[in-house]
Design a protein around this ligand. Structure first.
Ligand code: MIG
Length: 671
């Protein structure tokens, strides 16, 4: 059951798709009060209560004990102190004597103090007192977590389902500069017999970083190039950045201005900020007309044969604005004549560091929204079309969501015209709940740190609770230099995650599998992924169609088992598999908790090397660096296909099974 409480005049984020009557009176489980102009919802916690959810955030599966802030941020550093990442997923579940879910539907800043300030209290604060609060209350005592997750999805809508090939392996790197670079990746993977389904194109494929252009010098015949790769089962997945280059004669820029679809300042002048293309403008994704217009631009690339995209920089990231630079230069002026002591130096640096993603810049532009949806967020009187302006900062967290939504809605419409069924691949960096209906996401700029394997596991678990099923991390780490062992351990985990992409930053050590000794170890792992694609895809479909979780903490299936509920580094993948990755350098294995008897499977040299039934309880499991060890649950079996070079070539009919041979497995397929 879902109860809705409305405070003030909220902004209609369109995260919720189901109409719920508004309840009056006190909220269940806690109480709301106004505080510093905002709304503060408080609730007492019992000692053993756990908190699951909040999507893409730092720290553990159990979020208790820290403060998180929903402010979508281009965050290059992901350490434990970080409170905000690229997306805002304001849904969490309190699990304990009382178990319930809370969704704070609010488009701007929300602070989640989850028993940080006070050990036994949750305090959620929205920036203004205009918010919708939803409480998801389970009807049954057992299976409450799953019930809450399911109920929540009936509230916010069905999760996006990508095409099947999007379950294949993707090689990516920021730095591939031309067709020859891409060709090298493709050919080398094929030569080594390592399966591959896609290669991402990062910003360098464009002409001067201009969206919806392909640099002819780098890709003289892009369409044929796409076709050539596709014939061999490899798709190109270009990046689309939120910022559109300001340049006379560039049609996307000129049209956006002519049609008045850009984000604007209060005086009506176009908002400009610097990003990769230099001075840029931004489509007003909160305006349906702008959304649709920008979304239809993807057709340029669809027509060239592209079937997948990733949306980047859509928090939106702002490197600078001219206004802010002027301010900063004038503030720095005084340091020219003043000798710099320590205090002065730090002041100097803090001013200089406020160039990027500056809060004042976010306050300096507006969106056009229908007055009906804007509620108390309207900054102007309605115009003749009943639209108002809304300040960006107040609804900041909806930008990336609406970019992704616009793209998928436009592509859905284009496909409907052509009678095609499969949606293209789309995943975004920035998001809000609701975006899970239109695409997936990747977890952004992580590092080649061992802890980031664990972080990715925890983020993926939390993201599933928020409805984002198609997710994955940059395998091997985006920033910093990876090593062979790190990449192997990361791959051994990521092969269970829907988005299976090795990606890294310009300037870091190259990390395609073939850059390291004995690439056959990577081949073996990626082959396991392909053997598992029928299972993973089938389980993904079941989760998406049945409003379930594809990847989830053990607590969701073993609520009565206190040990299982505290596990933070193992995940259930679909209904049959449990993954327990090694994420410590030089470890020879790890402790694994089995909440029920399971079959341990060791995959090595491209095949199942051993299967061993283990009793419920704690086990130290040895995991050689080049092996993948995972678990098949009690009285269940998992289908394995024969690996192929790409998903299209997998034979879904010839399957073998691991686990309990006498069990049944329902394979769901749809294309
Ligand atoms: O400012 O396009 O998260 O995946 O490679 C960096 C370059 C912009 C950030 C993305 C990353 C991508 C990079 N982008």
């Amino acid at each position: 059951m879902v109860k809705k409480f409305t405070f003030g005049k909220p902004f209609d984020t369109e995260a919720v798709v189901k109409k719920i009557e508004v309840s009056k009176g006190k909220t269940p489980f806690g109480s709301a009060a106004k505080k510093n102009g905002g709304l503060c919802w408080k609730c007492a916690l019992e000692k053993d209560d756990k908190i699951f959810g909040l999507g893409e955030t730092m720290r553990g599966v159990n979020k208790r004990g820290y403060v998180f802030e929903s402010v979508n941020s281009d965050q290059p550093i992901q350490d434990e102190s970080v409170k905000s990442l690229y997306g805002s997923h304001n849904f969490f579940i309190v699990f304990g004597k009382k178990t319930f879910g809370v969704f704070v539907d609010y488009p701007g800043k929300v602070v989640f103090d989850l028993a940080f300030t006070k050990c036994d209290e949750i305090c959620v604060t929205t920036e203004t007192a205009n918010a919708d609060l939803y409480f998801v209350i389970p009807q049954k005592k057992s299976g409450a977590l799953k019930e809450i997750a399911r109920e929540f999805r009936t509230l916010v809508g069905k999760s996006y389902i990508p095409p099947k090939w999007a379950f294949g392996f993707c090689q990516s790197r920021w730095g591939y500069a031309c067709a020859a670079d891409i060709e090298k990746v493709w050919k080398t993977y094929r030569k080594l017999g390592i399966p591959l389904d896609s290669i991402c194109l990062d910003i360098d494929y464009m002409e001067d970083y201009k969206d919806f252009t392909v640099d002819k010098k780098k890709f003289p015949d892009f369409k044929n190039f796409c076709a050539k790769l596709k014939k061999d089962g490899v798709r190109l997945v270009p990046i689309i950045d939120a910022g559109v280059k300001k340049q006379k004669g560039y049609s996307v820029y000129e049209e956006m201005l002519a049609k008045k679809l850009a984000c604007a300042k209060k005086d009506g002048s176009t908002f400009e900020a610097g990003v990769w293309p230099g001075d840029s403008v931004f489509a007003d994704f909160l305006n349906p007309a702008a959304r649709d217009w920008f979304g239809k631009k993807y057709k340029v690339l669809l027509d060239a044969g592209v079937e997948g995209f990733w949306n980047d920089m859509n928090e939106p990231a702002l490197f600078y604005t001219k206004e802010n630079l002027r301010k900063i230069f004038s503030q720095l002026e005084k340091f020219k004549t003043k000798p710099l002591d320590a205090t002065g130096l730090f002041e100097f640096m803090s001013i200089a560091n406020s160039v990027c993603n500056n809060a004042d810049d976010y306050k300096s532009f507006y969106h056009k929204v229908s007055a009906k949806k804007a509620g108390a967020f309207a900054a102007t009187k309605p115009d003749k079309d009943k639209n108002v302006l809304v300040n960006h900062a107040a609804v900041h967290n909806l930008f990336g969501y609406n970019m992704t939504r616009g793209a998928m809605e436009a592509m859905d419409a284009l496909r409907a015209e052509n009678g095609e069924a499969a949606r293209p691949l789309l995943y975004s960096r920035s998001s809000y709940i609701g975006a899970h209906r239109y695409g997936g996401l990747w977890t952004g700029d992580n590092h080649a740190y061992w802890g980031d394997i664990l972080l990715s596991l925890q983020q993926i678990a939390s993201l599933n609770i928020a409805g984002f099923l198609y997710t994955g991390s940059d395998i091997g780490g985006f920033n910093a230099n990876t090593s062979r062992d790190l990449l192997l351990r990361w791959t051994a985990f990521a092969l269970f995650t829907p988005l299976f992409r090795n990606h890294s930053a310009r300037g870091t050590r190259e990390q395609e599998c073939y850059q390291f000794e004995k690439p056959e170890a990577f081949k073996s792992m990626i082959q396991l992924r392909y053997s598992l694609v029928p299972y993973l895809y089938s389980e993904f479909l079941k989760a998406a169609q049945g409003d379930g979780l594809f990847a989830r903490p053990l607590a969701f299936d073993f609520e009565g088992d206190a040990r299982a509920c505290a596990v933070h580094d193992q995940l259930l993948i679909g209904n049959e598999i449990m993954a327990a990755p090694v994420y410590v350098q030089n470890a020879i294995g790890r402790y694994v908790y089995l909440p029920e008897p399971m079959t341990m499977v060791e995959w090595k040299n491209g095949k199942v090397a051993a299967q061993k039934k283990l009793p419920k309880g704690d086990h130290f499991i040895e995991v050689p660096l080049e092996s993948v060890v995972f678990f098949v649950r009690d009285k269940k079996k998992v289908p394995l296909a024969r690996a192929a070079s790409c998903v299209d070539k997998l034979d879904w009919k010839r399957l073998s099974f691991i686990g309990d041979q006498s069990a049944a497995y329902e394979l769901v397929d749809r294309e």
